[in-house]
Ligand binder design. Structure first.
Ligand SMILES: [Zn+2]
Length: 152
């Protein structure tokens, strides 16, 4: 999986494990925990599918494209709208995946590593990356089809 993408998925509030050791261990872990594998390794992706694991093959570069690809997968398989998938949520530490607890207005702290987060100037950059990812996801025909069924 991708370290940078892992941090982004945590910003979105998703329980995300970054795996940096062996492929066999990764496949076992994904199988045991029912997690979705995100990888750019075609061989690993194929091995995961062969074991009936959920796996998404991602481009090697470009976190916006990667996020859009994950949003499309989640939309197709879980019926979650890309707009809500790509909405940031202050619930998870982007460094260690620990749980965030509110400390004050617009201030959160990680219960696991103590890292503090606040809505500062970096927030605008976060929002613009997510907006770009959403545009990419919505420009795909598959999502347009999924959307028309979910229109309120
Ligand atoms: Zn943390």
């Amino acid at each position: 999986m991708h370290g940078k993408l892992a941090r982004w998925l945590r910003i979105l509030g998703y329980d995300t494990v970054y795996w940096s050791s062996d492929d066999e261990g990764l496949l076992d872990f994904a199988s045991r925990t029912g997690r979705v594998l995100l990888t750019s390794d075609v061989e690993l992706h194929r091995a995961a599918l062969k074991r009936n694991l959920r796996s998404v093959l991602l481009p090697l570069e470009g976190v916006e494209v990667q996020l859009a690809r994950v949003a499309l997968y989640v939309s197709a398989h879980e019926g979650i709208d890309p707009r809500s998938f790509l909405e940031p949520e202050a619930t998870r530490c982007s460094l260690c995946n620990g749980e965030l607890v509110p400390k004050a207005e617009n201030l959160w702290e990680c219960v696991a590593c103590g890292q503090r987060y606040w809505e500062g100037s970096h927030w605008r950059r976060i929002e613009s990356t997510l907006r770009r990812a959403l545009e990419l996801a919505l420009s795909s025909g598959r999502v347009a089809v999924a959307d028309s069924g979910n229109e309120r």
